[in-house]
Design a protein around this ligand. Structure first.
Ligand code: FE2
Ligand code: FE2
Length: 274
C-alpha cells in the first residue's frame, strides 16, 4: 500500500506569508490525500483558488469548513450569509472535485487503511463556558468583560437559524445520522475544524475563548464513532494529544506572527496515516 493521508488547517491565505507556505505544500507520492480542516481564508475567491491549487497536487482533497470560511466579510463580493454561504462553498468544492461534509465519506485504502474519512461541519454552541459561569449569557458577558470576543459574533451569521447554537444542533443531528450509517467494520478519521472534546481548549491563553471552540455534545464521538484519529484546528496550537486512547491531531498553520514565534520554516502538513 502506498501513499499517506495528510492533514492541515488554518492556512489563512489572506496573509502573503501564508500563501507562500501554501505554495510549498506538496505531496510526496501521487497517491497522497490531504484533509483541509477549515480556515483556508474568508474571501470566497481566495478559498476557491487555494482549494483548486491543492486539488491539482493531491490525489484527493477533503475539506471541512472553519469559522472564517463562514464569515460574511465586508471585503468579500460574495455577500451570502449562513447556510446559503455554506451551500455555495459546498457547490464550489463540488465543481473543483474537492470532497465536503455533504458528500459520501471516502474510504482511505492506502497505508494505515482502510478507514472512513469523515469531514465534519458541527460549529459550536457556547457549552465550553467561561470559568465561573453557568449560562451562555454569563459566559458571553465574561468574554466581553475580558475583551476576548470572537469575530464570529459580528461576521458568522446563522441565517436562517435564529442563532449559531441552533445551527450547531441541526448539524449535530444530521452528522450523527451520517456517522451511524458508516461501515461499522472500519475505523474513522474524524476531521472537524473545532475539537470534538473540550480538553484541547484548556491550554488557551484566554479561557473565555473556549465558548467559540466546540460543543460538549461531541465529547464521546471519538469513541462512539470509532475514530483512529481525530483531526482539528481552530486553536492555532499544533500538537498531538490522546483522549480515551484516541490520537488527536491539531494541524493548524495559524497566523504568521504565531508560526514565526515557533521558529524555523513552518511545515504544517501533518501525516495522519501511512
Ligand atoms: Fe484559524
Ligand atoms: Fe477557526
Amino acid at each position: 500500500m502506498t501513499g499517506a493521508l495528510y492533514a492541515v488547517s488554518d492556512l489563512h491565505v489572506s496573509y502573503a506569508e501564508n500563501r507562500a507556505v501554501v505554495d510549498g505544500l506538496r505531496p510526496e507520492t501521487a497517491d497522497d490525500w490531504l484533509i483541509v480542516a477549515g480556515d483556508v481564508g474568508e474571501v470566497f475567491a481566495d478559498i476557491e483558488r487555494t482549494l483548486r491549487l491543492l486539488r491539482d497536487r493531491f490525489a484527493r482533497v477533503v475539506w471541512a469548513p472553519g469559522n472564517h470560511e463562514l464569515w460574511t466579510h465586508p471585503n468579500d463580493p460574495v455577500t451570502l450569509r449562513g447556510v446559503a454561504r455554506y451551500d455555495a462553498l459546498v457547490a464550489m468544492c463540488r465543481e473543483l472535485g474537492v470532497l465536503t461534509p455533504e458528500d459520501d465519506y471516502p474510504v482511505w485504502r492506502g497505508a494505515g487503511g482502510p478507514v472512513t474519512v469523515a469531514p465534519l461541519f458541527l460549529l459550536y454552541d457556547y457549552s465550553f463556558r467561561a470559568p465561573g459561569t453557568t449560562t451562555k449569557e454569563e459566559s458571553l458577558r465574561a468574554a466581553y468583560d475580558a475583551g476576548v470576543v470572537c469575530t464570529d459574533e459580528m461576521l458568522l451569521h446563522p441565517d436562517p437559524y435564529p442563532d449559531r447554537e441552533s445551527w450547531c444542533a441541526a448539524r449535530l443531528e444530521q452528522t450523527r445520522l451520517r456517522l451511524e450509517a458508516t461501515d461499522p467494520a472500519l475505523p474513522t478519521v474524524l476531521a472537524s475544524h473545532w475539537p470534538l472534546v473540550r480538553q484541547p481548549t484548556e491550554v488557551l491563553w484566554f479561557p473565555e475563548f473556549a465558548q467559540w471552540c466546540g460543543t460538549d455534545r461531541t465529547a464521546d464521538w471519538h469513541v462512539r464513532h470509532r475514530a483512529a484519529v481525530a483531526v482539528y484546528g481552530h486553536l492555532h496550537i499544533p500538537r498531538t494529544t490522546h483522549y480515551d486512547g484516541v490520537r488527536f491531531e491539531e494541524v493548524s498553520l495559524g497566523y504568521p506572527r504565531e508560526w514565526r514565534r515557533r521558529g524555523g520554516e513552518p511545515a504544517p502538513m501533518k501525516r495522519i496515516l501511512g
